[in-house]
Every structure is written in structure tokens, then in C-alpha cells.
Design a binder for this molecule. Structure first.
Ligand code: C2E
Ligand code: MG
Ligand code: MG
Length: 712
């Protein structure tokens, strides 16, 4: 997303600020101009007044001088009353500029001459408003009306007053002069004002330009870089760390900011790389993890789709890895995984064509093998070769903490696009094929086939059908008799669960117990088995003489043990049914007891505190070794039938059986043999001191009624 203009953006704010400053300046200028106008008007007014006074004063002085001079020159003519001479002088004065009238008068104020030829006013008294003052003036006297400046000068000869002369100056001319001067002044002032205005205009324009330049400079030096940083920050926010971070050589705050931003961007990118590396690598082995594999696979599939190319996925799972963890500890387990990972990496690198190895957590490794665009069989063959190579290689003993450990690997293979087109489906297929390889006896490989899906579907169906099977009466218990070898007496029975499916007939526990365990259904079924077996035993005790003291042995799954409520459940069942605690044996498979020894020991001790006996079932198949017996509090061990079946033929099995018996006895633990199918087996077990036995040769598992018949 690019930056978009916003009214709240920096640039908008700057523009507003600059605009406001300019407006303010404009206002100041307008105010200044207004003041200037007013001042101009005032100046013009004052100037006019001053000029008026000046002109008027000059006219007066001039008039006074002229009147005095005319009066002087009239002394003689008036003394001799020479009218012609008086007329000459009067006319001469009258010809002077601006002179409106010249009046010569006698001491009484009667006109003697007015400058005209026939003197029509001769002898008339002067009646105008200014006459009185003029006539009575003792010296040169100036007075004025609206239109005229009147200057009177007395005409004297010695002390004798002969009369006077009045000269009237028209003020119109003075006014016209004044107006002209004032106009000129106005014009000058206007000129000055205009020049002023021009300069102000220029200054204003310059300011405007300066404002624009300021905005531009701020835009380039501050807003631009900040916007750029904003854009990059948004890119980084969106996860695009490759976005180029702006560089700057500027030595100012913005330069600092940009450099700091650059460093921050790099550090975030580095951080992201670290996080990704951590998120995508398996810390233990350094291989890619599930997430990395999944993303990579998705990408490949996208590229390959429609390109006619093929892929093979190999899912390798370490066989019985849990036992390593349980018996040798987690550190040893980790060591095994690291060595396995190294072997797989070496083998795959030497093989060629494989492009991806990942550990899927736990003991599962996945390898992606690229096929050419050749035939499918080619890739299939290569996948099989690689799988065989791996199975062989991983079957070689490992040295773990100075001990040799033998492990195997089961590999499931699935092909793209033959088996599936999506990563999810491929991964599911690989898993299914891998479990199939485990079922087929481990340390081998299997290709995925649709039939395997059916097996998975079947187990889903089993789970569905198993729900409510007890309520529908499809589940029941069979009892297999257990004999004491010493005297051949029937001393107990093992309760074994049977499922009569309405459509599929009887289903073996080996098929449905696993499903019940995984789905959690065992939590419902287990307590019912316990309850039924105990109440059956109590009934037999009551009803049959041979049933007296008979113990009942009940199988309990690992999940039931781990739930932690088993001791309480057992105690309740004993209370409900009235069975004596020592007459109940709880069978736990050796593998269920393996694991966290301390925790298991606590659980077993709590169980034994209820008074029941705890037996380890299928003993010898686990990884525990005999020393385990010392640490796990058990009352009895049941030697697995795989040892018993070969006890006559295989001297090793006989030796092991003998050792188990000796060891158990030295710890005060009872030994029972299961799967006794032959008389010879029975005999040899008796000879070696085995305490108890069960098996087809002595007695098959039978339903409760048949068992009762046996007791009868
Ligand atoms: P297990 O506890 O080891 O039970 C002994 C199995 O060996 C039984 O198989 C029994 O029928 C079989 N067997 C007895 N004598 C012979 C013999 O001479 N030769 C041979 N080949 N087999 C013999 P089954 O009944 O199919 O039970 C299989 C497993 O299912 C049991 O192994 C036990 O682990 C589990 N199981 C059975 N019932 C229950 C139950 O109620 N709860 C739980 N949690 N598991 C059960
Ligand atoms: Mg058993
Ligand atoms: Mg068994």
C-alpha cells in the first residue's frame, strides 16, 4: 500500500501553516496600506493649510508694500488734487496682477478715484463691509472677506491726513494657485504611495515564493523521507523484508532517523530469519521439521502439478524407539535420534535425487525423492532401493553410552501423483504405509495401496461398532484355567475378553483391544471386565468345592494404569463383589509398566496397597531386562508364550526362561508360563521350577458356564 494524501498528514499541516502565515502577512500589508492612505490624506490637509497661509501671508505682505508705495506716490497728487495724476497711479496699480479694485478716498471715506476714466463713483461714500475699518485705519491695514483681500493705507502729509487708498486683491487667483499646488502635492503623494504599493507587492510576491519554497523544501527533506519510511514500514509489516530500505548520507536528524530505520529493518529481517530458522529446523538433529517439510512439499506440488513429474515420499519410523527412551533414558533416546539422522542424511546424500529430509518429531523421518519425468516404475524402483538401503543401514547396531543398541526402521512409501495429489493426503498415505510396514513385522518397507485405507477404515468401523457393544451383550468373558505345576492343581483363571460381532462373528482381542485403547473406549469396558470377572469368581467360590481359593486374573491396559484411578476402581470392585483382595491378580503388560520407573512404581505400589497382586504379562518381550524386576514392585511375571513355544528347540529360550525363573524366585516373585501347548513344555517348565502354567495343552479359554462345568 502506498502513502495516500490525508488532511491530517504532515504535508497538509505544513501547507496550512504556511498558508496561514501568508494570510496574516497579507492582512498586515492591507492594514499598512490603509494607514498609509489615511496619513496621506492628513498630510495633504496640513500641506494645503500651510500653503494657504503661506500664499495668503505673501499676498498680504506684497499688498501692504504695494499699498504703502501707492499711498506714498499719491501724497503729492492728492495734496494738489491732481486727478489725472491720481488716475494714472490708480490705473497703474490696477494693472498689477490679481488686483480687483483700487480706491482712493478722502479722510471721510468718499471715493476720489477708482481708476476708471469718468469716475462714476466719485464723491460716493464706500459702503462695503470692509470700508469702515479701511477708512479708520491709522496705518497700513489688511482685512479680508470670502473673495477679496483688502489693504488700506492712509495717505499723509506730515500730520495731516489727506485720505487713503484701498487695493482689493482677488482671492480667486490665490485659491486657484493653492488648488494647483495642492493637486501637485496630491499627485506627488499618490506617486510615492504607488511606488510604495509596488514594493509591497513585490515583497508579498517574494514572501509567497518563499512560502512555496519552504513547503517544497520541507516536502523534499522531511515529508518525502518520512513518507518513504512509512511505505517501507508498511511493507515490513506485511512481511516483505526484501523491500529496499532507503539509504541516506544526510548528516541531520532525518538522516539519523533513516539510518536508524535501516538498522531496525535489518535487525527485524535478521530476527525473522532466526525465528524462521528456529521454527523450521529440528533443534536436535538440525534437519528440517514438519512445518518446513510441509511448506516445501506444498510448493513442489504446486510446481509439479501438470508438469508430468513425480515424487516419492518415504516415511521412516524407528521401531520400538519408545523402549529406548523408557529403559535407557531420554538422553540416550536423543542420541539415537541424532545418530539415525546422520545415517539417513549420509545414505540419502550418497543415493542422489533426494532433495529433502525432515524429522517429524518423535522418531519419524521423512524423505522426499524426486523422480524424473520418466516412467512411474522407475521412481518406484528407486524409492524401494532407497528404502532397503535405509532399512539395512539403520538395522546396524548403534553405540549409545557405551552400550550396543539394536533398533530397526519401518518405512512407508507413497507416490505423487499416483497415490494422491495433495500434501495432506500424501502425508496420511505415508503414515498408513509405515504402520503397515510395522504390522508386517517391522524393519521393512511398504508401498501405500488403497487396500491400506480400507484397513484404516476398518479400525474406524470397529470403533463405531464397539461403542455400546457391552450393553448389547456382544462382549463377554472367557476364562482360561491356570494350573500349579508342582501338584497339577487348578488354582486360578485368566479372564479374556470376547467380542461376538453381529455380522462379522467373533473378533479377536488383538484386533479390537488396540482400538479400544486408542479411542478411550477401554475406560468404559475395563471396569466392566473387572466387575464381571470378580463376581464370577465369587460365585464359583460359593458354588464349587474346587473353586475355593481360586484366584482370578484380569488384564488391564496401559491406559487404565496411567489414568491413576485404577487402585480406587479395584478397591470399589472388591468391596462391591466381596472378593478377597489377594484373590484378584492384575495383569499389566511389561510395556505398560515401562517408562517413568518412579511414577510407575508409585502407581503399582498404590495398586498393591489394595491387597491385589500385580503380574507382569508377556514378560521378556519388552526391553526391560531382568534388572528391571528389582525396581518394579510386582508379585509375579508371566513368561511370554514366544519363549515357551521354542523352549524345547531353542537352547537360548530355555536359558532365558530358566534365568527369569531363578531371578524372580530370588526376589520372591511368582513365575507363570503362558502358551503351554505341549506336554514336553509343561514337563520342562516343571523341572525348572516354574510355579504356574496356562495353555491350550492344559485348557483353552472357555465361557463362564463351561468353566463352571470344569469346576463341577
Ligand atoms: P494375554 O493377556 O497374553 O492373553 C493370553 C492370550 O494367549 C489369549 O489370547 C489366549 O487366548 C492366548 N492363549 C492361551 N493359551 C494359548 C496357547 O497355548 N497357545 C496360543 N497360541 N495362545 C494361547 P486372546 O484371548 O486373543 O487375548 C489376546 C490379548 O488380548 C491378551 O493377551 C491380552 O493382552 C488382551 N486382552 C484380552 N482380554 C483383555 C481384557 O479384558 N482387557 C485388556 N486390557 N486386554 C485384554
Ligand atoms: Mg494376560
Ligand atoms: Mg500374555
Amino acid at each position: 500500500m502506498r502513502f495516500q494524501w490525508s488532511p491530517r498528514g504532515l504535508q497538509a499541516k505544513l501547507s496550512v501553516l504556511v498558508g496561514a502565515t501568508l494570510l496574516l502577512m497579507l492582512a498586515v500589508v492591507v492594514l499598512m496600506l490603509q494607514r498609509q492612505g489615511a496619513v496621506q490624506k492628513q498630510v495633504a490637509g496640513h500641506s494645503r493649510e500651510a500653503m494657504h497661509e503661506l500664499v495668503f501671508e505673501r499676498l498680504r505682505e506684497h499688498g501692504k508694500a504695494q499699498a504703502a508705495q501707492v499711498a506714498d506716490s499719491l501724497v503729492n497728487p492728492l495734496y494738489y488734487f491732481d486727478l489725472d495724476k491720481i488716475g494714472d497711479i490708480t490705473r497703474a496699480a490696477l494693472r498689477q496682477p490679481d488686483v480687483g479694485y483700487v480706491l482712493v478716498y478722502d479722510p471721510s471715506g468718499n471715493i476720489i478715484h477708482d481708476g476708471s476714466g469718468d469716475i462714476p463713483t466719485y464723491g460716493q461714500a464706500m459702503r462695503d463691509g470692509l470700508a469702515y475699518e479701511a477708512v479708520s485705519a491709522e496705518s497700513v491695514h489688511a482685512q479680508w472677506s470670502e473673495t477679496v483681500l483688502d489693504i488700506a493705507a492712509p495717505i499723509r502729509l506730515g500730520d495731516q491726513r489727506l485720505g487713503g487708498v484701498r487695493i482689493g486683491y482677488s482671492l480667486d487667483a490665490v485659491r486657484a494657485d493653492e488648488a494647483r499646488a495642492s493637486d501637485a502635492l496630491q499627485e506627488r503623494l499618490g506617486d510615492i504611495g504607488n511606488r510604495h504599493l509596488w514594493w509591497v507587492g513585490v515583497a508579498l510576491l517574494a514572501l509567497l515564493g518563499l512560502g512555496a519554497v519552504a513547503v517544497l523544501v520541507l516536502q523534499v527533506t522531511v515529508v518525502g523521507p518520512i513518507r518513504m519510511l512509512g511505505d517501507v514500514a508498511r511493507e515490513i509489516e506485511a512481511g516483505n523484508f526484501a523491500a529496499p530500505i532507503p539509504q541516506s548520507g544526510r548528516r541531520d536528524e532525518v538522516g539519523d532517523l533513516m539510518r536508524a530505520f535501516g538498522r531496525m529493518g535489518e535487525s527485524i529481517a535478521r530476527h525473522d530469519r532466526d525465528v524462521r530458522r528456529m521454527a523450521y529446523t529440528d533443534v536436535l538433529t538440525g534437519l528440517g521439521n514438519r512445518l518446513a517439510f510441509r511448506e516445501n512439499l506444498d510448493q513442489r506440488l504446486m510446481q509439479l502439478r501438470g508438469a508430468g513429474q513425480q515424487l516419492a515420499l518415504l516415511f521412516a519410523d524407528v521401531d520400538d524407539f519408545k523402549r529406548v527412551n523408557d529403559t535407557l533414558g531420554h538422553e540416550a533416546g536423543d542420541e539415537v535420534l541424532v545418530q539415525f539422522a546422520n545415517r539417513i542424511r549420509d545414505a540419502v546424500e550418497g543415493f542422489g535425487g533426494a532433495s529433502l529430509i525432515a524429522r517429524f518429531g518423535g522418531d519419524e523421518f521423512v524423505i522426499l525423492l524426486e523422480g524424473g519425468d520418466g516412467s512411474g516404475d522407475d521412481l518406484r524402483g528407486r524409492a524401494a532401493d532407497l528404502a532397503e538401503l535405509l532399512v539395512d543401514l539403520l538395522a546396524q547396531p548403534l553405540m549409545i553410552h557405551g552400550r550396543q543398541v539394536f533398533l530397526g526402521t519401518s518405512i512407508g512409501i507413497t507416490l505423487f501423483p499416483d497415490d494422491a495429489a495433495s500434501a495432506t493426503a500424501l502425508m496420511k498415505n505415508g503414515d498408513i504405509a509405515m504402520y503397515e510396514a510395522k504390522h508386517a513385522g517391522k524393519s521393512c518397507h511398504r508401498f501405500y495401496s488403497r487396500a491400506m485405507d480400507q484397513a484404516v477404515e476398518r479400525s474406524v468401523r470397529i470403533e463405531q461398532d464397539l461403542r455400546g457393544a457391552w450393553e448389547r451383550g456382544e462382549l463377554s468373558l472367557a476364562y482360561q484355567p491356570i494350573y500349579r505345576l508342582g501338584d497339577g492343581r487348578l488354582v486360578g483363571a485368566e479372564a479374556l475378553l470376547r467380542w461376538q460381532h453381529p455380522e462379522q462373528g467373533s473378533i479377536a482381542p488383538s484386533v479390537f483391544i488396540d482400538v479400544a485403547e486408542q479411542s478411550g473406549l477401554i475406560d468404559v469396558i475395563g471396569p466392566r471386565v473387572l466387575q464381571t470377572a470378580c463376581s464370577d469368581a465369587v460365585r464359583w467360590h460359593r458354588e464349587f468345592e474346587r473353586g475355593e481359593g481360586l484366584f482370578i486374573s484380569v488384564n488391564v491396559s496401559p491406559r487404565q494404569l496411567r489414568s491413576g484411578t485404577l487402585p480406587q476402581q479395584v478397591a470399589e470392585t472388591l468391596r462391591d463383589t466381596g472378593l478377597a483382595a489377594h484373590q484378584l491378580h492384575i495383569e499389566l503388560t511389561e510395556t505398560a509398566v515401562l517408562g517413568d520407573e518412579l511414577h510407575t512404581a508409585t502407581l503399582l505400589t498404590r495398586l498393591r496397597n489394595t491387597g491385589v497382586k500385580v503380574w507382569l504379562d508377556d514378560f521378556g518381550t519388552g526391553f526391560s531386562g531382568l534388572s528391571h524386576l528389582r525396581r518394579v514392585p510386582a508379585d509375579g511375571v508371566k513368561i511370554d508364550r514366544s519363549f515357551i513355544s521354542d523352549v524345547l528347540r531353542d537352547p537360548d529360550d530355555l536359558a532365558l526362561t530358566t534365568a527369569i525363573i531363578a531371578m524372580a524366585h530370588s526376589l520372591g516373585i511368582t513365575v507363570i508360563a503362558e502358551g503351554v501347548e505341549k506336554e514336553g513344555q509343561y514337563a520342562i517348565l516343571r523341572e525348572r521350577g516354574c510355579d504356574l502354567a496356562q495353555g491350550y495343552w492344559i485348557g483353552h479359554p472357555v465361557d463362564a458356564e463351561a468353566f463352571a462345568a470344569l469346576l463341577a
